[in-house]
Design a protein around this ligand. Sequence first.
Ligand SMILES: Cc1cc2nc3c(=O)[nH]c(=O)nc-3n(C[C@H](O)[C@H](O)[C@H](O)COP(=O)(O)O)c2cc1C
Length: 119
Amino acid sequence: MSLLYVCVEKSDVLIFATPIYWWNMTAQMKTYIDRLYAMKYDKRVLKNKKIVFLTTFGAPDFESSGANIVKQSLQRIASFTGMGFIHSYGVTSQPENNPAFQKALIEVFDLGKSLIINY
Ligand SMILES: Cc1cc2nc3c(=O)[nH]c(=O)nc-3n(C[C@H](O)[C@H](O)[C@H](O)COP(=O)(O)O)c2cc1C
């Protein structure tokens, strides 16, 4: 984690990417976020960084999957730490929605480019 603290400190944008498990983020991502708590005491470190949320889920849409719950958590975390929540993006991984997945790959690629240009 000490290497990740250095990476976080140097970053302008933090991208939280997780599949939805039981209407929530994975345990691995939760552990990572828990450990960020150690950084909040130095207001200069997290303040003004930007947060992006990327997710996949089995349900047909964002709301019914639980992704909205994770989005709300990240928005609260952003508000608490002085970071800015700038974007969320989610797509179903259901095989019958493969065209949506292909479209999502292109849209997320474009999102990545816009982050490089803007931040
Ligand atoms: C333990 C577990 C819990 C899951 N819970 C949800 C859920 O609450 N809502 C949902 O839409 N999909 C749920 N899914 C489906 C996953 O979000 C979906 O298949 C995702 O694309 C899996 O990514 P992965 O293959 O990287 O684990 C769950 C899958 C697993 C394995």
